[in-house]
Write a protein that binds this ligand. Structure first.
Ligand code: KIV
Length: 293
């Protein structure tokens, strides 16, 4: 599967500066971002024509089986970012900075982000508002494009008291607008808005000059992001309200594996066309009469 346009030509690589100018109010098409964690996933996402592939720290929950995102390390994220980058997608690869990789100091933050860039990301993402501004500035100073992420920030699950919709009060909504403005001012080229009322998604989107990318933030954002496994229906265990499934890959895959198992158990697999054969002469020399080459 090649990252091509409809007429078969390769798409131009998407860059962070190109994303920065994509405001819907200025006539841009909405941005599309999906997560991916490995090379086949990246090839599929790129063939689907997404603008950005996020190697999200959701890796922890959807691939590695943890209950939250706090368990993944910068080495885990670099490992999966490199796998995605090896697919050479035209989409911009955004590497997610995991919890505690940008919370200690600026130098540590830049070193960790550089690990994701060296692994093949074209930008990094981090969670949080005003508290993270020094880190955003340090990354921009180091020539690393940064995407912000505010609202329901999963790395703050304990501080938030669970995965809860944010920005429901007028104070909280105003704070989110202020945080988005501050992130954009510090140099973020886009901001993810997660788990907030759609009215607040619109307020933030109207307030800043860089694109907002929503997940559970309503239809007024400059783009939308979903997790790969949710879009494709790979897992049925969790179904957040904001997810729309476009396939039933989990059930289809289980049914396919079931058919394989049946064929093995009944002797229907492998058949002659799925087996290698000796030439008739060698079979005869070995006394294997009946071998048909
Ligand atoms: O890790 C992730 O998948 C994310 C998206 C939900 C935005 O951060």
């Amino acid at each position: 599967m090649a990252p091509t346009t409809g007429d078969g030509t390769r798409r131009r690589p998407v860059t962070a500066p190109a994303i920065r100018s994509r405001k819907v109010r200025d006539g841009a098409d909405p941005l599309v971002m999906v997560t991916a964690y490995d090379a086949p996933g990246a090839r599929i996402a790129d063939a689907g024509g997404v603008d950005m592939i996020l190697v999200g720290d959701s890796l922890a929950m959807v691939v590695l089986g943890y209950d939250d995102t706090l368990q993944v390390t910068i080495d885990d994220m670099a490992h999966h970012t490199a796998a995605v980058a090896r697919a050479k997608p035209s989409a911009l690869v955004v590497g997610d900075l995991p919890w505690m990789s940008y919370h200690v100091d600026r130098a540590d933050t830049v070193r960790n982000a550089a690990q994701l860039i060296k692994a093949g990301a074209g930008a990094v993402k981090l969670e949080g508002g005003r508290k993270r501004l020094p880190m955003v500035e340090a990354l921009v100073d180091a020539e690393i494009p940064v995407m912000g992420h505010i609202g329901l920030t999963p790395q703050s699950v304990h501080a938030m008291g669970g995965f809860k919709v944010q920005g429901r009060t007028s104070e909280a909504a105003t704070q989110l607008v202020g945080a988005a403005k501050a992130l954009a001012h510090a140099g973020a080229f886009a901001v993810v808005l997660e788990g907030i009322p759609d009215e607040v998604g619109r307020m933030v989107t109207d307030a800043i000059d860089v694109p907002t990318i929503g997940i559970g933030a309503g239809p007024h954002c400059d783009g939308q992001v979903l997790v790969y496994h949710d879009v494709l229906g790979i897992e049925e265990r969790m179904a957040p309200k904001f997810v729309r499934r476009y396939a039933d890959v989990g059930a289809d895959s289980a049914a396919a594996i079931g058919r394989f198992a049946d064929d093995v158990r009944t002797g229907a697999f492998p058949g002659p066309d799925e087996s290698y054969h000796l030439s008739a002469a060698v079979a005869e020399t070995l006394g294997l009469y009946g071998a048909d080459g």
